[in-house]
Write a protein that binds this ligand. Sequence first.
Ligand code: NI
Length: 183
Amino acid sequence: MAFLKIARMGHPVLRSRARPVEDLSDPEIRRLIRDMIETMDDAGGVGLAAPQVHEALRIVVVRLPRADGGPDTPPVPTGAVALVNPSIEPLDEEVVAGLEGCLSIPGLRGIVPRYRRILYRGLAPSGETVEGEADGLEARVLQHEVDHLDGVLYPDRMTDLRQLTFETELPFLLRGMEGAEQD
Ligand code: NI
């Protein structure tokens, strides 16, 4: 296990198109997935894509918080999910604006339009095919992470760069964003 160095915006690996994983039984791939989960958790992220750790491979990991215990209970992290060679498609045309950040763009947040509901497919680390529907935050995070595999960063998806802000100034942005969904 190891913490991996996270590539920051400007590094070419974040702008390259990642290649599919061909052999999931390769121990190097299995180790990479474990290290990606450990790196994501250590950095406090909800998702991480392999190009963010300088590996141009089509792998994403996600660990979402889930508020299970009612309004007074802090969100509990769910199990981490790894998806290899993932693909996503929108289930309908509905798009929602929501707040995003990225471990490769530390200190900044932006309002990004994303499909509300998607269908995702990919391989689990075991090699089994995984397919499911996602909405809300899960759909947003999956779209963000799969974008990384195609060299796309969230500011590229923004429709108004005035909504890109430092985290320390976030209250000013949110004040002007009434009505937007805050993921
Ligand atoms: Ni990101």
